[in-house]
Each structure stands twice: as C-alpha cells, then as structure tokens.
Design a protein. Structure first.
Length: 439
C-alpha cells in the first residue's frame, strides 16, 4: 500500500482503542502521511515506552514489525522521547497528546493537523454543537481541523432532527462519490458490518433490481469487542440490556446492530425493501460472518434462480469494484482464515451459498382488499371481486442465502477506513480537485 507523498500532510487520530491502534499500523505501512498525531487525552502507563509497547504488540495480529516486514524483521519503533511524547514508527514520527479529552480542546491547530479520524466511538451525533460540554465531533473543527472522519455510524439522539447538510455516511467503492468536498466536513465511515453488508447486497440489487427483492434479513455472527466484559459484572444504573454485562469469554450473546439503518444511508434503494438485521456476539477476537437471506420474485419455476446464478453474480461483481474490496472464494473457510485479509470488505463463501424456489399462493380477494381496490369509489366499483374466475395466483419466489466473511478489525474495516482517509486527504491536498485513489 506504500504510495508516494504528494505534499507533506499530518494525520490526527483521536483515541487509542482497537481501530485507532490498527489505523496507526495501516498508515505506517502505507507511508502517505508524513506524521501522525494521536490524542489519547490521558496518561498511559508510566513512560512513553508503555505506549510503544501497546502499539508494537497485538494479541490478534502479532507484532507490528512482523506485520510490516515478516518473521525476521527487527523492531521498528525508535527514538523514543518521553518529554515530547513521541517516537518514530518505521520512520514516521508519531506524537501522543495526553491532556485533553474534549475534542474542542485538543491541540490540532498548534500541530497543524487538518484531517482527524475520531476513533473513540464517543462522538457519533453530528447534530451536537461544537461547544457541548460533553464534547462533539464538531469540536475537532473548532480545535483546528478542517475535516473529521468518524470511524462508526452516526447516531442522532434527538429523533426529531435530520442529518445535517454538512455530514455524510460513505463506504469506499459503494457510495464514496456522495462525499462533496465543498459541503461535507464530517464523514462517517459506517461500521465494519455495514461495510461488509453493502458489498453483499449491492451486486444482488444491481442484478435483480429493488422491485424484485421482496424482503431481506441478515444476521452477523460477530467477534467480541472491547465494549464487552471479560467477566460478569453488575449492570449500571438504568441499564436495560443485562446481556452486555455477561462474560464475552463464556457466552454467545444476542445483541443489536444498526447495520440495516446505516445501509439505507449508503444504498438508498434499500429503504424500499423490508429489512431485518440481527447480531450475535461470539467469543473470538476477530473474524466475523454475515448470513444474508433475501427473497426474490422469480421469473419461472422451470428455470429458477439457483446457486450457480448467485455465485456468478458475485464473480462478475468482483471486477466492478476497486481491486480487493470484494472477494469470491470457493474454499472452505473458517473465521481465523479471514483475519488480516487485506482490504477485503467482504469475502463471499461461494461453497455455502444456496437457494430454494417455491410457489407462493396469493389470495386475489385479500390482495385487492389490502390494496383498497375491491370496493366502490364514488359509487363506481373498480373491481368486482365476486366475478373473479381465478381466486388464487401462484408466484415463484426464490430465497437465497449468502455468506460473507469480514475481518471486523484490521483486514476489512481499518483498511477501508484508511482508503477513505487517504482519498479525502488527497482531495484536501489538491484543493478539493477530484482524485482517483491508488494503492
């Protein structure tokens, strides 16, 4: 992913959780940004070496130097400066700010940072003003940033408010062109699940059309996240979901996902289709799976939609997206095989995809009544249901089940977030002129 710098640019990252840490890995490997400024907002350990230790080693992905250069590589963190709060990671200066938690008080301006990735998960409401005492994504703009990318879906708490005109949700390769550099200053990169789901749904939607897709449902079998508990603990005051207090080590835990709602922001046609989204957390560190079931109005019982057709749609779609974003696999994968898969938003498990076609029997009288067409309008009946010679019709419907793997941390989401970040940075560096992302 290494690519030539256009002009020296600094990247700001707010937070030092999973996505923030792995974003550092991504950008150190990529070598686009000349410097990285990370705001932690608190002291970490006893000295700068403790931050270096955290950055360098990872329980899921191994050591940073091995990730960058292979098993014989030497350590890539050097020139540690505890007073300045900085060190170099494979030649990229990385500075850590440890004083401000509120985005409006972070020293982006003094560090000449124009672009910030907020990876805290704490500032997801784009309607909250910059001066809110609890903090806001807009606070980064007051503090000197010109653009903010949020590494999670927007969540507007006041349901009476609409999405601000200067905020947008995008998934690279799906609707990244919705980003208007002259208008949008806050960009949501959606979620790992929404990203994978978009790449599973879009090829089917493009092939069949929204009119033929009758309904859709998805379940994500999702790896544990840092928001879960290692061991059981008592619920906080007013907590309603007691399952979140249970041990992630020992349980399969039912939870919720906003992927269906966020998908409608990325692919507006999905708003016309009844869609249900569920989530199940399982005790692994990374590597997740979406099981997508769609109901399609078929054309014939004699030659119905089948597995080969579904797989063919994805095989062809692979060539329509940026290289590596969509992968079709006919291997027998397990979740650990997906960990670290570079750039893949979704890995379609072709061997497991399957379909079933049947005739759905519909009562015409019921349909006409439901549509309000069987009665009289101004004394003139539109239909006389009693004279219908055919009371029922049979419509061929195919249910297709598609499996899509995704590395919910580094391989899928963080790499896609990195592409979104660099694409916006390039536009900023070129005075917001259109640029095609490479690498």
């Amino acid at each position: 992913m290494k690519e030539q710098k256009m002009v020296p640019q600094k990247l700001g990252i707010n937070g030092l959780g999973r996505i923030a840490k792995l974003s550092i890995w991504h950008h150190v490997e990529r070598k686009y940004f000349s410097e990285i400024i990370v705001n932690i907002g608190r002291d970490v350990g006893t000295r700068i070496e403790d931050i270096a230790h955290f950055i360098e080693k990872d329980s899921t992905y191994g050591s940073l130097h091995t990730y960058l250069y292979g098993s014989r590589a030497n350590r890539v963190i050097e020139q540690l400066d505890d007073k300045e709060g900085s060190f170099y990671i494979d030649g990229i200066k990385t500075t850590f700010l440890r004083s401000a938690r509120n985005p409006g008080q972070i020293g982006w301006r003094s560090h000449k940072v124009d672009l910030v990735v907020d990876a805290t998960g704490a500032f997801l409401d784009p309607t909250v003003p910059a001066d809110d005492p609890k903090g806001s994504a807009r606070g980064h703009l007051v503090a000197g940033a010109k653009k903010v990318i949020v590494s999670a879906p927007f969540k507007i708490k006041d349901k009476s408010r609409e999405m601000p005109h200067d905020a947008v949700t995008t998934v690279m390769g799906i609707n990244d062109s919705d980003y208007d550099p002259k208008r949008h200053i806050i960009v949501s990169n959606a979620s790992c699940t929404t990203t994978c789901l978009a790449y599973m749904v879009k090829p089917l939607l493009d092939y069949f059309g929204a009119e033929r897709i009758l309904s859709a449902a998805m379940t994500t079998v999702h790896a544990a996240t840092s928001s879960q508990s290692v061991l059981d603990h008592s619920p906080k005051a007013k907590a309603t979901d007691l399952r979140k207090t249970r041990s992630a080590f020992n349980n399969i835990i039912l939870t919720s996902t906003g992927a269906a709602k966020a998908l409608g922001l990325v692919i507006p046609e999905m708003k016309r289709i009844g869609f249900i989204a569920e989530s199940v957390r399982v005790p692994i560190t990374s590597g997740s799976l979406i099981i997508l079931a769609i109901m399609v109005q078929d054309e014939s019982l004699a030659k119905p939609i089948n597995r080969e057709m579904i797989n063919g749609i994805y095989k062809k779609a692979v060539t329509h997206y940026p290289e590596g974003y969509l992968v079709f696999s006919e291997e027998q994968n397990v979740s650990s095989d997906i960990i670290g898969t570079p750039r893949a938003a979704a890995v379609i498990e072709g061997k497991e995809n399957h379909t079933r076609t049947s005739a759905v029997r519909l009562d015409l009288n019921w349909m006409l009544n439901a549509a309000g067409l069987s009665g009289a309008a101004d004394g003139k009946p539109e239909f006389d249901s009693a004279r219908l010679q055919k009371k029922f019709i049979e419509v061929p419907v195919t249910q297709a089940v598609v499996y899509g793997w995704y590395d919910n941390e580094l391989g899928s989401y963080t790499n896609m977030l990195g592409d979104r970040t660099v694409s916006i940075a390039k536009l900023m560096a070129h005075s917001e002129a259109p640029v095609t992302i490479t690498g």
